[in-house]
Design a protein around this ligand. Structure first.
Ligand SMILES: [Fe+2]
Ligand SMILES: [Fe+2]
Length: 376
């Protein structure tokens, strides 16, 4: 899961850390938060879906023996030293042609992946009996969330090691940013509500799939076929996860259309806060906005992608055709189905704004300024 949000749309929360240490309050804004918004009787719905999850969702988690592992893509550390060093040198030759801006976006994605403890906590804070009550529960919802976490864990591991070996990244600043981010958590407003939570994760997995696919293409264009393969392989995982979460929402639309439509409307028609939004490196108070802006400018994740993802989900879940809704559900349906047309108008303004931004990143080693990204 990842990815940079459209803070370029101008609706994101900006924040300034008051002090740069973990115990300091990490945000200056506070607003009243709704929590545990799901009516308790809805728990029965999630209980009734347990066998369906076993049949239709768990097969989307790959058995460990069939999974790739980070070391498959990295210099082989079991080789004799000189052969290992040769492989590291090959990696450094391949990555020499990657623009700094590309590296900065890849680092930002990797840091977001590395905040995985936050996302597993997020799943386990959902109501409805979908959380892992014991830490090793046999409930199919819990089995899925642990399997998902275990698969996701490889993404940050692989990207972080690869970036370390390039020699082009200030790993201490990267590691500090990861520690800050996990310490800060995330505040995405899904109210411990599994209806909203699974809509959110559907969107996030798709966003990550799209951005990783783009990173794969750009790496290939710049001559690093291994990195291209890495990003493409991670994108394939994200796609599988996207399918799982979309399938859950599709099923919820079938069994409880009104509650699900309201949740979809609340998430997709609102400001979708991204999981790494509290990213901080101890230096740049607008780090996440800067990361998002560069991701947008080099085309890894753009406002257009954001809007396309909304459109995709509206189509995927056939939201315009859902029937059996109460008046509240019908209102939610109208709002979400009309949302994309409304925000398309903001796209041009957002594009203009990011074109002017030239942030620097502490993550990039020995560089005063992030170089312009030029298409080959
Ligand atoms: Fe993911
Ligand atoms: Fe991931």
């Amino acid at each position: 899961m990842l990815m940079a949000m459209c803070s370029q749309l101008g609706t994101s929360h900006s924040w300034t850390p008051t002090q740069c240490h973990l115990n300091a309050p990490t945000k200056t804004f506070q607003k009243a938060k709704t929590t545990h918004s799901m009516p308790p009787e809805k728990k029965e719905i999630f209980k009734s879906l347990e066998s369906w999850v076993s049949e239709r969702v768990l097969p989307l988690a790959k058995p460990v023996e069939e999974c790739w592992q980070p070391h498959d893509f990295l210099p082989n550390s079991t080789l004799p030293s000189d052969e290992f060093i040769d492989q590291v040198n090959d990696l450094r030759d391949r990555t020499a042609g990657l623009p700094d801006e590309y590296l900065a976006v890849l680092v930002g994605n990797m840091i977001t992946e590395e905040a995985l403890p936050t996302y597993q906590s997020y799943l386990n804070n959902m109501d409805g009996g979908v959380a892992d009550e014991t830490g090793a529960s046999n409930n199919p919802w819990a089995i899925w969330s642990r399997s998902w976490t275990a698969e996701e864990n490889r993404h940050g591991d692989l990207l972080k090691t690869y970036l370390y070996l390039t020699g082009r990244v200030d790993m201490q600043m990267v590691e500090k940013t990861i520690q800050y981010l996990i310490g800060a958590g995330m505040d995405i407003g899904t109210e411990n509500n599994p209806y909203m939570g699974f809509v959110y994760t559907s969107f996030q997995e798709r966003a990550t799939f799209v951005s990783d696919g783009c990173l794969a293409r750009l790496a290939r264009e710049r001559g690093d076929r291994v990195l291209s393969c890495i990003c493409g392989t991670i994108a394939a995982d994200e796609k599988r996860h996207e399918i799982a979460y979309e399938r859950i929402v599709e099923k919820l639309l079938e069994v409880d259309p009104t509650e699900t439509m309201i949740a979809i409307s609340k998430i997709l028609s609102g400001h979708i806060t991204m999981p790494g939004h509290l990213m901080h490196d101890g230096r740049d108070p607008h780090l996440f906005s800067h990361f998002s802006a560069v991701a947008q400018r080099i085309g890894v994740y753009t406002v257009s992608d954001y809007i396309n993802n909304l459109e995709f989900l509206i189509r995927q879940w056939r939201l315009e055709k859902i029937e059996g809704l109460t008046s509240e559900g019908k209102h939610a349906q109208e709002v979400v189905c009309g949302h994309v047309a409304r925000i398309r108008r903001l796209q041009e303004r957002a594009d203009e704004r990011v074109q002017k931004m030239r942030p620097t990143f502490s993550w990039i080693s020995n560089k005063k300024k992030v170089l312009m990204f030029e298409k080959s």
